[in-house]
Design a binder for this molecule. Structure first.
Ligand SMILES: *[C@@H]1O[C@H](CO)[C@@H](O)[C@H](O)[C@H]1NC(C)=O
Ligand SMILES: *[C@@H]1O[C@H](CO)[C@@H](O)[C@H](O)[C@H]1NC(C)=O
Ligand SMILES: *[C@@H]1O[C@H](CO)[C@@H](O)[C@H](O)[C@H]1NC(C)=O
Length: 368
């Protein structure tokens, strides 16, 4: 009410003083009268129409939320922009003395690209405490083939510390071949599950089992493709399976991503966050069996990659899953980062985990 009175007084002053000021500019009396009336009428029209328009604060709020939303979308698009710095260790002798593997002869460092756009997103490598806060109370599932297993291992490494006793037991349990694994990090009540699901059908079954039980993890990180490539070797079938997976994932999204509110951790937001672990670059000459060299050729790899794109399972194609771009990480890390041309140095999977966590931060509207 006070606002309306102030506005009225202001308007009156306007109508009175603007023409008077103009009179000082030697306008004729008729012109002055004309300006006066014109001002009065336009102000009156404004005042009477105001209630029919959303208030200014509403407009400002909606504009700013669009801006924030755009920023989120564009930063999700930039989150995989990583550059690598791989160079020989200065002291190869000590690596040899410690029976180091071929991988140990190279130092591998990575960081987000220093372009203006990427810098504006303020991506950061999170430490143990940041992750504890972000994943506090949440249920995280990593599902897929051996690439997924390495991602799970990197995540545990970050949360438990690489040299901890807990990590030793995680390593031995997680690497029992082809089996599931689950651990609860008691301090933060976080549950991490690794589900061995080498085929897309296995991932699909997993997703449907959540739907059936009506219980959904907070974060699902999944990926497959290499087993299908080796044992089925049919890119259009791969694409078909992914489309099926994608439609099932979409059908069970209980809440749209836009509905959630920012809270302390991802477990507070009422939505699943979904990620796809991309396929690594395969270095054909380094693959360790003849069968792999024949069936997992560059041509087949590209057919599979095209099927992935066409399945529209990825966010960048309008689908539900955010890509962790293992392809670009492995390509840029290079042959120094792999022994068998298929599984890469832990640095690659560490990068994938940090990309995932930064995307989670953006998705759950948080800054640290
Ligand atoms: C390296 O391997 C040799 C032979 O396999 C072994 O005798 C030696 O103890 C190993 N050294 C280290 C540091 O593990
Ligand atoms: C996790 O959440 C609980 C309950 O909200 C809180 O008491 C605890 O301090 C949190 N722990 C961390 C590490 O953030
Ligand atoms: C590949 O998969 C598609 C779709 O499942 C199927 O129609 C086609 O016959 C398969 N091709 C071969 C060569 O098996």
């Amino acid at each position: 009410m006070i606002g309306a009175i102030h506005f009225g007084v202001l308007a009156a002053c306007f109508v009175l003083f603007v023409p008077m000021a103009m009179a000082g500019w030697h306008l004729s009396r008729n012109k002055m009268l004309f300006f006066s009336c014109a001002l009065f009428i336009s102000l009156a029209v404004c005042v009477h129409l105001t209630p029919y328009f959303p208030s200014v604060s509403d407009i400002v709020a909606s504009v700013s939320s669009v801006v924030v939303y755009d920023h989120r979308v564009s930063c999700i698009n930039e989150v995989n922009q990583i550059v690598w710095d791989v160079k020989p260790r200065p002291n190869p002798e000590s690596v040899r003395r410690n029976n180091g593997s071929k991988l140990d002869y190279f130092d591998k460092n990575w960081d987000w690209m220093k372009s203006r756009k990427v810098l504006s997103c303020e991506f950061q490598k999170l430490d143990k405490f940041d992750v504890s806060e972000l994943l506090n109370g949440s249920w995280v599932v990593v599902a897929g083939d051996s690439q997924a297993r390495f991602v799970a291992l990197s995540l545990m490494n970050l949360m438990l510390g690489p040299d901890s006793e807990a990590m030793d037991s995680v390593k031995s349990d997680l690497f029992r071949r082809h089996s599931d694994y689950s651990i609860v990090v008691k301090e933060i009540g976080m549950k991490l599950e690794f589900v061995w699901a080498p085929y897309e059908k296995d991932l699909d079954d997993l997703v449907l089992s959540y739907k059936k039980k009506n219980k959904y993890p907070d974060v699902v990180i999944m990926g497959s493709g290499l087993w299908h490539m080796l044992h089925v070797n049919n890119a259009s079938d791969f694409g078909y399976r992914l489309k099926q997976l994608s439609s099932h994932v979409e059908s069970l999204m209980p809440f749209s991503p836009k509905e959630q509110e920012g809270r302390g951790s991802v477990s507070g937001s009422r939505s699943m966050h979904l990620f796809w672990i991309g396929m690594p670059v395969l270095i054909n000459g380094m693959l360790n069996t003849e069968e792999k060299k024949v069936k997992m050729s560059d041509t087949v790899w590209h057919e599979y990659d095209r099927s992935l794109g066409e399945s529209k399972i990825l966010r960048q194609m309008g689908g539900p899953l955010i890509l962790l771009d293992i392809q670009s990480f492995t390509w840029n890390c290079g042959p120094q980062c792999t022994i068998d041309g298929m599984h890469y140095d832990s640095a690659v999977y560490d990068a994938a985990v940090h990309v995932m966590l930064n995307a989670l931060l953006i998705e759950s509207h948080q800054t640290l």
